[in-house]
Write a protein that binds this ligand. Structure first.
Ligand code: GBH
Length: 453
């Protein structure tokens, strides 16, 4: 099996609202997650990101941990409302200053920053103007992106426009489980469309002023039929279009899959879409967030793809209930190349929630997470060997953090965080990853085999 290239990026990822805390510090505006988490019943235990990992104040300590871990890249996101408190309008230099110092501190440790412009924390002031349902939202995002390009493109060489716009649209506007908590099929389709236009707006702006590379991070999930029955096979095919192609096709091919308007039926906002038109703005690389696969059965009541997810009885699940399925990562990477052609790819997120034991004598034994990472890295290596232009891997997440609607009840970190004291303890999985990075990914299978517990 071929090894990882020497230029490979070994990274870890986080996002602003999930780790920073101090959401209103230094003149920042509130975000939709700041608001949403305050609504009763939205987040497990009524948790908010008010403190989270206190990274806003402890970023230097966290960068020291990154240096110990040996990662040569770090993916983080910028809180839009820190930089532009009203979302569109006056710049807040203090908010921008935080990211300016963060980038400098990363570079001083030889860590390549990968910056996500939007990881779900829309300024609340923009939500008051309709949020992603407002056709002006693409322009708002483009203006905000410009500010960051101008401030940081001299030092940031890897940019991502949006994180998982599918999740923003579906969980935020269809199921209502994420901010802003709306529930309408038509709204989800419209929000998705404006998110895509926002992405294109930022990419187009980047071509005028940027000197490096820009892409987008998508949640991609292979869809398997739960049985060989034609109904289930067709349901899986519909969900594949809904989960994977809905965003990939417009971004890479400049048009929606023909089946998408059919899936949404009367809720497809045809008039609005016709007037807006779709912009295809070629990206420099694709970010793939991979966690699991889906097993699908036909279900006429499932909106909009008329499918429902099931679990195999013998499936290995993480603490999120997501099946551990590394082979799906190889298949997804190969499918992307087959379908859309040669394209540089980064795995921008991959990780597992586990029921970790509490730290004991400075140790946290999480062999399940170490095994998860190792097995997915083998799957990544397999794709590399089969010609995929894979440039890097970012473990989700550097730290235990605010897991959206699950609050602090789910832990994804390589590093344990005691949220009462903010004490950090690297887990066994962090040591596993550290040793692996140190060897440049060599002897992966042997390291995996040596894991106990
Ligand atoms: C990522 O999204 C986020 O980027 C990150 O912020 C978060 O902390 C991390 O994962 C862990 O949750 O059953 O059809 O609704 C999660 C990606 C996409 C994975 C939707 C589960 C379920 C598909 N998720 N997917 S469906």
């Amino acid at each position: 099996m071929i090894g990882f290239p020497t230029s490979f990026l070994w990274g870890a990822a986080t996002s602003a609202y999930q780790i920073e805390g101090s959401p209103l510090a230094d003149g920042a505006g509130a975000s939709i997650w700041h608001r949403f988490s305050r609504e009763p019943g939205r987040v497990v235990g009524g948790a908010t990101g008010d403190s989270a990992c206190d990274h806003y104040r402890r970023y230097r300590e966290d960068i020291a941990l990154m240096a110990w871990l040996g990662i040569n890249a770090y993916r983080f996101s910028v809180a839009w409302a820190r930089v532009v408190p009203d979302g569109n309008g006056t710049l807040n230099p203090k908010g921008l200053g935080f990211y300016d110092r963060l980038v400098d501190a990363l570079l001083a440790q030889g860590i390549e920053p990968m910056l996500t412009l939007y990881h779900w924390d829309l300024p609340a002031a923009l939500e008051d103007r309709g949020g992603w349902l407002n056709p002006d939202s693409a322009k708002w995002f483009g203006d905000y992106a410009q500010v960051l390009f101008q401030a940081l493109d001299d030092r940031v060489r890897l940019w991502l426009t949006l994180n998982e716009p599918w999740v923003s649209a579906v969980l935020g506007y269809l199921t209502g489980t994420h901010a802003p908590g709306r529930r309408g099929l038509r709204e989800a389709a419209l929000a998705a469309h404006h998110l895509l236009l926002a992405h294109a707006e930022a990419v187009t702006a980047y071509r005028a002023v940027g000197r490096h590379r820009i892409g987008i991070a998508l949640n991609l999930e292979p869809q398997y039929a739960a049985s060989a029955q034609a109904e289930d096979v067709e349901a899986a095919a519909r969900r594949h279009i809904y989960v994977n192609r809905w965003f990939l096709d417009p971004i890479l091919l400049g048009r929606y899959p023909a089946e998408i308007p059919q899936l949404f039926g009367a809720d497809w906002p045809r008039r609005a879409l016709q007037r807006a038109g779709l912009i295809r703005a070629p990206i420099d690389f694709l970010g793939v967030n991979y966690y699991s696969r889906a097993l699908v059965v036909d279900d006429p009541s499932g909106r909009p793809a008329r499918g429902r997810l099931v679990k195999r009885r013998d499936a290995q699940l993480t603490a999120m209930g997501w099946e551990i399925f590394p082979q799906g990562l190889t298949e997804m990477l190969l499918w992307i190349r087959r379908e859309y052609g040669e394209l540089p790819v980064y795995i921008t997120e991959n990780g597992a929630a586990c029921n970790d034991p509490l730290p004991e004598r400075g140790r946290v034994l999480d062999p399940g997470r170490a095994r998860f990472l190792g097995r997915h890295l083998i799957a990544a290596q397999e794709a590399l060997g089969r010609g995929v232009d894979l440039r890097g891997y970012f473990a989700w997440s550097l730290l235990d953090n605010f897991e959206w609607a699950y609050g602090y009840s789910k832990r994804f970190g390589l590093i344990h965080v005691d949220f009462a004291t903010q004490r950090r303890t690297p887990k066994m999985s962090a040591r596993f990853y550290r040793n692996l990075i140190c060897r440049g990914g060599a002897n992966l299978a042997i390291a995996l085999g040596a894991l106990r517990g």
